[in-house]
Structures are given as structure tokens and as C-alpha cells.
Design a protein. Structure first.
Length: 509
């Protein structure tokens, strides 16, 4: 009898074999759900909520966040994978598959009587050796190598979108990150704004070297299109404001009241007059124009004053102004947008996502996010890893031929389990592409054993090929995070010998 039952006869518990069975089945179940999404040939899942709203996606992060998972072990694995996405921006599906493969192969040894602790020790050795091998297998990436950055972005985007659209978004992702990148400063992806328009086709998605605002000009008499613009961005109120504290103003005559109102108005008008003076100073020829982008309100009287000067909407000097080649208002149905393009020295940009429906826009949004993170990771790491299953093939071969010989005893079983789990990735890529998994993995292993250092799977032909020549690369940080997190979760699940319902519900019975 469980020791917990001795303390509480009504406690809900599961013994060692039942707990192990539940953990393994939960990992295998989540593995079966996610494995069809892996790679450019992966399939799409349809998510339907209680209001019959439909979402089509093959993004592992979206699936794990949106799916209703009730099994506690599966929830734990899903949270680990989602944390992987939060840290690196990708690798959610791969984390789930790595854990599932390890648990699936560990089950075979456990059924033969192997203790979970033995496998966990083997996992620790295999993890350390695989991380060391990853550092040797990676390839350097120079920030000026635009073509390599394009390859990294394209590899990420093609796993989420169809090939033609992914190739178009590749240049958008690379250009946007390079536009906001500053030497010796961390890349801040928040400087890349993403805007949506349910308009035209998904191929019309484009990069705006500037801003897209979701409203038009504030006054009907303001110009709708300006060229060669000076831009003033400010966060000041150009309207009468109430005081922030409770206060009162008392007057004893109509003249005093008029003076009070006039003083309040003059305070706001003076700020507007300073802006107008600045406009006259910098716009000394008719071909120059002036635009204000204000974070706070502008009252009608101030708008009239600015509109008369042809301005679209605390010393003000010309050197605080930005410059844009074109500013115009765009009307789509009842919505108005303001485009600020051809910015002279851009420190931010806007990716304008277009699509005929919400499903397309949501897919592109998730894919663009992953593409941007892939480029950022590449620049931060200064290294990339050949993709198409090349690292997994090489790492599994290294574990079996080199590492196993240095380990004594049954810990070799844990290393063998880890190697088998790594080979699961090219197997799944082959299966999703419609090829025989056993035949494909044998071809890849034979090619690698023949002396080819980097061997990946060509999903178009099912034959071994060099992913470096094809421009297929994965992020170094993503691979590293998967190798670090997956064995830890597997070890914890395998070493779990009892499951009990905890909390206040246990004491109520």
C-alpha cells in the first residue's frame, strides 16, 4: 500500500508502474499530434473554438497555446515547449518531438527491467557530449553576410508557409532586422511594427521604410499627400487640459473671467505658434512640407491654426526633426491609414501584412514573427547549424561511435536512447514528405559513414544531399536549447514513481 494511503485512506494516487505508463503515454500522444507539422512538407491543423471560430496553423507554439490539454504530463511538456519559443522564438515542435522520441525509446528498455535512474545518467552524459559536438558542428555567420541571413529566414518561413510566399517574406524579414540593427546595441524587435490590412492578396505584404498609422489626418482641410517632409514627433498636449489635482479658480468680475480664459488659451496657442515658426524656418521653399505626429490630443482651434499653415498632424530647433520622402493618407472602406515612407535615417520600420481573410493574415503574422526571431538569433549567435536533419544524423553517429566507448555499464542504454531520439527527426521529415522512413535513414547513415561530414534529407527527392549547398540552416541557440531542456524533462518524468492528487481537494474527502 502507498505510504500516502497510510496517512489518508481516501487519497487518489497512482503507483510506480501506472505513473510511468501515464507519463510515457502522454509524451507519445503529444508526439503523435505534433509530428505531422514538422518541416516544409508538414500538414496543417484546424483549431475550432467554442464560438466556431476557425484557426488554421502548423505553428507549434500556436497549437500548444490554443489546444485544450488536460493530461498533467502533457501540460508540463507543452509548457516546456512554449518556454522554448519564448526564449528563442522557434523550436516548439522540435522540443515536443525530442521528448516524445526519448520517452518512446526509453519505454523499450524499461519494459525489459532497466531502472529509470540508469537511463537518466545516460541522458546526462549524452546531453553534455551533444552540446560539445554542437559547438564543433556549427558554422560561423558574419553580420554582413546577407545571403546567409536570407537562408536562415527562408528555412524558418518555409516550415510555416507555402514556398512562394515564404521566399517573398524572406527579404522582408532580413531587411527589417538589418534596418533597425545598430552596432554594439542589442537588437530590439519591438522597433519593427506589424500592421494588418484585410485587403488584396497575401503577396501584397510589404515592408514600409517608416511608419503606418491606423488613422488619417485630424482635420478635413489638411493635405492628403505631402512629399519631401520634415517630421515632428511629439508627446505634448495641444488642447486645454484640466489640472491633475483638485483645484478651483475664483473671479469676481467678467473681466477677470475673460483674462483667465484668455490665459488658458494663450498657453496652448503659444505651443502651436512655436511649431508654426519652426515650420516656416525649415520649409523655406515650396517643395518642402511639414508633418506632426502627436501622441496626445489636439483641439479644434489648434487644428485650424495648423491646417492654415498646411501642416499635417522645449525649444524647437530643426535638428530635432526627422525627414521622410513621402507622407500620404490611404482610405480602405471606412478605415483611414497614414503612411510615412522613404524615411531618411530609419530606426524603426513597419511590416504591412495584407490578406483576403483573417486566416491568411494570422498565418503570415505567426510566420513573420518566427522569421524575424530567426534572423535576430543568427546575428546574436554569430553562428548557424546546417539543417535538414544534418546535425541529428552527425550527432547520433558521434554518440554511437565515440561516446558509447567511453562509458561503462548500463548508462550506455541512455546514450543509445538519446541517439535514437535524434534520428527521429530525419525519420519524421521523410515520413511527412511521403518517403519510406527506414530506407531513408539507412541512406543518410551510409552517406555519413562514407565520409561526408554534413548530410541532410532532401524532402523534394528523398535522397541525401548537402544542406549547406542548398542554403538550409537552423539557429544555433534553438538547437542548443532543445538539447538542454528535453533530457531534463525526460529524466524527471521517468524518475516519477508516484502520482497523487495534491491540494485542498485531497483533504476534503
Amino acid at each position: 500500500m502507498s505510504s500516502v494511503r497510510t496517512l489518508n485512506p481516501n487519497a487518489e494516487t497512482m503507483g510506480r508502474s501506472a505513473a510511468l505508463f501515464m507519463n510515457i503515454n502522454a509524451a507519445k500522444g503529444l508526439h503523435e499530434v505534433m509530428k505531422t507539422n514538422l518541416g516544409p512538407k508538414g500538414t496543417i491543423k484546424m483549431l475550432v473554438d467554442g464560438a466556431m471560430q476557425i484557426k488554421l496553423t502548423k505553428d507549434g507554439n500556436v497549437l500548444l497555446r490554443e489546444m485544450q490539454i488536460q493530461n498533467p504530463t502533457a501540460v508540463m511538456i507543452a509548457r516546456t515547449a512554449v518556454a522554448q519559443d519564448d526564449v528563442t522564438g522557434d523550436g516548439t515542435t522540435s522540443t515536443v518531438l525530442m521528448i516524445g522520441e526519448m520517452m518512446k525509446h526509453a519505454e523499450r528498455y524499461l519494459s525489459e527491467g532497466t531502472h529509470p535512474r540508469v537511463l537518466a545518467e545516460g541522458f546526462d552524459v549524452a546531453k553534455k557530449e551533444t552540446l560539445d559536438f554542437l559547438d564543433k558542428f556549427k558554422q560561423p555567420c558574419e553580420p554582413t553576410d546577407r545571403e546567409l541571413l536570407r537562408c536562415v529566414a527562408r528555412t524558418s518561413l518555409r516550415t510555416k508557409l507555402r514556398e512562394e510566399l515564404a521566399d517573398q517574406l524572406t527579404d522582408i524579414a532580413v531587411d527589417s532586422v538589418m534596418m533597425i540593427r545598430k552596432p554594439d546595441t542589442p537588437i530590439d524587435l519591438h522597433m519593427i511594427e506589424t500592421m494588418f490590412m484585410r485587403h488584396k492578396l497575401d503577396q501584397d505584404t510589404k515592408l514600409i521604410c517608416g511608419l503606418v498609422l491606423d488613422h488619417g489626418s485630424r482635420h478635413p482641410d489638411m493635405p492628403k499627400r505631402l512629399e519631401n517632409c520634415f517630421i515632428l514627433t511629439c508627446n505634448i498636449s495641444l488642447e486645454y487640459e484640466k489640472s491633475e489635482v483638485n483645484s478651483g479658480f475664483y473671479y469676481s468680475s467678467a473681466e477677470q473671467r475673460e483674462k483667465l480664459v484668455s490665459a488658458e488659451r494663450d498657453f496652448t496657442d503659444e505651443k502651436v505658434r512655436q511649431i508654426i515658426e519652426l515650420k516656416k524656418k525649415v520649409c523655406d521653399t515650396p517643395d518642402k512640407s511639414f508633418v506632426i505626429i502627436n501622441m496626445k490630443g489636439i483641439d479644434p482651434l489648434s487644428l485650424d491654426m495648423l491646417a492654415k499653415e498646411g501642416i499635417m498632424v522645449e525649444e524647437l530647433t530643426p535638428d530635432i526633426l526627422g525627414k521622410a520622402g513621402l507622407v500620404y493618407e490611404y482610405i480602405l472602406g471606412e478605415e483611414k491609414y497614414t503612411f510615412v515612407e522613404e524615411v531618411q535615417n530609419p530606426t524603426s520600420c513597419t511590416i504591412l501584412i495584407k490578406g483576403p481573410n483573417d486566416h491568411t493574415i494570422a498565418q503570415i503574422k505567426d510566420a513573420v514573427r518566427d522569421g524575424l526571431r530567426a534572423v535576430k538569433n543568427c546575428l546574436d549567435d554569430g553562428a548557424v547549424v546546417p539543417g535538414a536533419g544534418a546535425f541529428e544524423i552527425a550527432a547520433a553517429h558521434h554518440l554511437r561511435t565515440n561516446v558509447k566507448k567511453t562509458v561503462q555499464g548500463r548508462a550506455k542504454l541512455g546514450i543509445e536512447t538519446f541517439a535514437e531520439a535524434l534520428l527521429g527527426f530525419p525519420k519524421i521529415l521523410a515520413e511527412n514528405s511521403g518517403y519510406d522512413t527506414q530506407e531513408t535513414i539507412i541512406k543518410l547513415q551510409e552517406e555519413h559513414e562514407a565520409g561526408t561530414a554534413v548530410v541532410g534529407l532532401d524532402v523534394a527527392t528523398g535522397e541525401p544531399f548537402d544542406p549547406v549547398m542548398a542554403g538550409i540552416y537552423d539557429n544555433y541557440i534553438v538547437k542548443k536549447q532543445i538539447i538542454q531542456s528535453a533530457p531534463v524533462i525526460c529524466s524527471q518524468l521517468l524518475l516519477c514513481d508516484e502520482i497523487m492528487r495534491a491540494g485542498i481537494n485531497m483533504r476534503k474527502k
